[in-house]
Design a protein around this ligand. Sequence first.
Ligand code: ADP
Ligand code: MG
Length: 751
Amino acid sequence: MGIAAAVSPSTATQNARFKQHFQRKNNHSGNELRFQAICQITDREKLPPKTPSRLEELWAADVFTLNKMQTCLPKDVFKSVKKTIHTGGKLDVSIAGTVAAAMKDWAISKGALYYAHVFYPMTNITAEKHDGFISVQSDGSVLTEFTGKVLVQGEPDGSSFPNGGIRSTFEARGYTAWDVTSPAYVMETDNGVTLCIPTVFISWTGEALDKKTPLLRSNAAMSKAATRLLKLLGHSEVAPVNSSCGAEQEYFLVDAHFAHSRPDLMLTGRTLFGRPAAKGQQFDDHYFGAIPERVQVFMQDVEEKMYRLGIPAKTRHNEVAPGQFELAPFFEAANVASDHQQMTMTILRSMAKKHGFVCLLHEKPFAGINGSGKHVNWSVGNATQGNLLDPGDTPHSNLQFLLFCGAVIRGVHKYGSLLRAVVATASNDHRLGANEAPPAIISVYLGTQLEDVFEQIKKGDVQSSAHAGVMDLGVLTLPEFPKDPGDRNRTSPFAFTGNRFEFRAVGSNQSVSGPLVAMNTILTDSLTWIADALEAELAKGTSLDAATYFVLKEVMNDHSAVVFGGNGYSEAWHKMAVEERGLLNLPTTADALPILKEKSIEELFAKTGVLSATELESRFEVYAEQYIQVIEMEAKLVITMAKTAIYPVAARYLSELACTIAHLKEIGVSFEAEVVEHVASTTKLMMDSVSKLSDAMSKHEFATVEEHMQYCAKTLRPLMDQVREYADTLEDDVADDLWPLPKYQEMLFIK
Ligand code: ADP
Ligand code: MG
């Protein structure tokens, strides 16, 4: 039996079951809608056990891999494509026709009738325009056709994608261009099979309208700067340097029956109302606990799909909050990882649907419950020198590592506000700065061993690296366990984790591209600065060792304020960071996004060639507009739901209570009116707040976008919170069988 059949059992059985339930319902409390949902879920037919497929059969089955190209392309054509992929050189356009024909044959053999240029506009979504392979001949017959020109370049009508004023609608031309470094694949959905070609999306004047172009540019810039430094260190052979990314994705699964009865979840991805359940995450019994069976089947299907698409899913587990899970792939080259991350989000959402769930990628779907992030693990390396952020056993004498790590420290200190700006969204604001997620102050965690090494460098006397030794587990049969030289610190937004940095402030719903672009770009700037300084020192005849320590000492003198190993959530740190260390605390998107307009940021992107001033400005405009739109849409829905879902229920409950009191009075029984008074006054307070919010929403004149954003952050959001507070109080007071919205305990615990 297929998945769809399992999700919706035949109407006859469904009706029979309902009947049964409504008989049962007489003995139950609970709103009818919610009760029906629960019945549907608990009576769901289980999916038959899956026979796991062999990884070798699944792996990249739907991808037009280099191996597949090798078997079907002429030798010289294959060599040329391979060279472009591996060394980042220009694609020889004259071979495009041959590649296109081979790609088409392969796609058709997989059942594809359509192809699509897939691109990544400045929203966090994936966009695609489908075209048929069909070509009608003059005699009315049809052929399949896919030319080199069509493979290399497309022209979707991009006028409806946000572009921040780069391109006005009357000159709506936007082009997509094939990104050879990210493999083409076929995507199979219920609507058929489509050949998908990853592309960049640019305006007719050549400006980047997407998230991929800057990522490719930032990688090239970083490679150039890193190569220069590696050569200074004496390496004669230096392969192109690439950044890598492994993004851990957190998400919630809620049964679709519940989700569909919550307009807030459906429209905004988060609950605008709702009281935390009596049982939350305080027991920690969900974290790394056994994965619920239904979720496990879902995960298996997700992973199978990922494997087919060549996405290396690696770990899965329950997360901190009930109903929350995590999926992490094995890391890949940043550009490919970024495309794969987008695909992963799409797969999670669509597979959830098939399994009767809704997958929530929002950063804070449930107030009072842990939110979701996307930890972006990032490093840089190449084929000749390996991972450049690998400290080895004796980091204090590993000059190459120290320089690259020092470059990151300098970059994060100098451009911490940029790192904050690239994770600034209306939804991520619920996490950052709250007491669970990384704080809105960007600092670097190095771990005890490295912190000590860089402290020695700052003092100008480098002796040794602290060694961790082995752990004695006190059990003879267990092998010796090497201790990690650096411990873990979960409260840092930017942490060194053994051989990479982990940027933890990224939102679960975000594209990883922006954060990767920022990290690559600030590293480029620092590597260039370091190479200049090193060159100047070497020119004086200083030895390489001495020159390196000298430059690093300078880096640490100026930038060690960003290194912090303590508790990032503590009040003391917030005070110290801002007052003593001069770090910025940017709690909201309204505070953080305007950073993109600062001169220093404009210069950083211009000199590295990653974004022009126009491109940067357009990003500010698009993201600011998105921020405002999200908050205004939520505010509208808060008003509607308070007026049409919560107020009527409170009124009904009041009338019920009032009747009861009146009747009791008639027969001489006294009954306290306290509850009535409490519900009545809370309802009134809620409606007063609704009026205030409505009034606030009628303001439309703002001098600047910045002012408008601040208004959303400082006026609208607090008023929305106020409405919610009264509504959530009512949820606790009003009879359960009247409450119209599925409650937290139902959504989080019933699977
Ligand atoms: P944790 O939950 O402890 O932070 P996980 O094992 O869940 O760690 O995830 C670690 C992620 O880091 C994985 O996606 C892994 O592939 C990735 N990773 C490991 N090495 C690198 C590297 N050199 N560059 C980028 N990512 C890396
Ligand atoms: Mg992590």
